[in-house]
Design a binder for this molecule. Structure first.
Ligand SMILES: NC(=O)c1ccc[n+]([C@@H]2O[C@H](COP(=O)([O-])OP(=O)(O)OC[C@H]3O[C@@H](n4cnc5c(N)ncnc54)[C@H](OP(=O)(O)O)[C@@H]3O)[C@@H](O)[C@H]2O)c1
Length: 247
């Protein structure tokens, strides 16, 4: 039975991924900060899920949790770097610096750090990495400033990892979704109303859509690497360039 470590299983895409991978016969190590949600998921998924409670930015807590994994969950075949967030939609000149540093610490620094920790073991097992990037990596939009930049990092880091890992058998994929209805916008804006308005009438992608895609990526034969996958709901597309006219 292969083992996946999925960061951020207490909500949204990560939670759906934990269900999908356990449903497909995988063992899953699921991480997050909210203990009550980890416990509820553990009740639901049972022995196939091992939960670890830590803030992904806290390297010491993370290492203590990973180094203490029970025997049955020690051999990790797949790392899914899913934990992440956007904070704020203000233009750069009005944004809070603390929001920017939280996004950089969570979406970039923590992702790089856990990848660095697990890479030797993944190489030894010819494992795989799936990183959650975003369409925000590929297309700028107003208010996307640092969030989009963190996801561009994730995409490019994923591609560069492939260059270094050539010959190791390790596969790496950057998943780049558009609108997925999760707690993402609630976290971003702090407003349930704004979140409901954003997704209302759009028929957005679901967390289960992305989880099924990640499972499909993981199930490809060992000689095949899906480098990057961009997904959008049918009701989302690109906007024209912004043009400002003077006077
Ligand atoms: N929803 C979208 O439209 C969309 C589109 C493209 C990409 N993405 C990306 O997909 C990933 C998952 O997002 P989602 O939509 O599922 O959002 P979500 O519903 O808000 O879930 C985010 C998950 O990340 C975890 N997390 C956040 N900060 C953390 C921290 N400091 N330490 C540990 N865990 C942390 C949360 O757990 P705790 O709060 O319990 O710690 C939660 O489990 C993110 O990387 C996001 O950028 C989302």
């Amino acid at each position: 039975m292969p083992t996946a470590l999925i960061t951020g299983v207490t909500a949204g895409i990560g939670e759906a991924a934990a269900r999908a991978f356990v449903g497909a016969g995988w063992k899953v190590i699921g991480t997050g900060r909210r203990a009550d949600r980890l416990a509820a998921l553990k009740d639901e998924l049972g022995e196939a899920l091992h939960t670890l409670e830590f803030d992904i930015r806290d390297e010491a807590a993370r290492d203590a949790a990973l180094d203490g994994l029970p025997e049955a969950f020690r051999d990790i075949d797949l790392l899914i770097n899913n934990a992440g967030l956007a904070l704020g939609l203000e233009p750069a000149q009005a944004a809070k610096l603390s929001n920017w540093t939280t996004m950089i610490d969570t979406n970039i620094a923590s992702l790089v750090s856990i990848t660095h920790k697990l890479l030797p073991a993944l190489v030894a097992r010819k494992g795989a990495i799936i990183n959650l990037s975003s369409v925000a990596a590929n297309y700028p939009y107003p208010g996307g400033n640092v969030y989009g930049a963190t996801k561009a990092f994730v995409r490019q880091f994923s591609l560069n990892l492939r260059s270094d890992l050539i010959g190791s058998g390790v596969r790496v994929c950057s998943i780049e979704p558009g609108m997925v209805e999760t707690e993402f916008t609630l976290v971003r804006t702090g407003s349930r109303e704004t979140s409901d308005q954003l997704y209302g009438g759009v028929n957005p992608m679901t967390a289960e859509d992305i989880a099924a895609t990640m499972l499909w990526v993981a199930q490809q034969p060992p000689h095949l690497n899906i480098n990057a996958l961009e997904l959008m709901p049918v009701n989302q597309a690109w906007s024209p360039f912004l043009v400002h006219r003077e006077g």
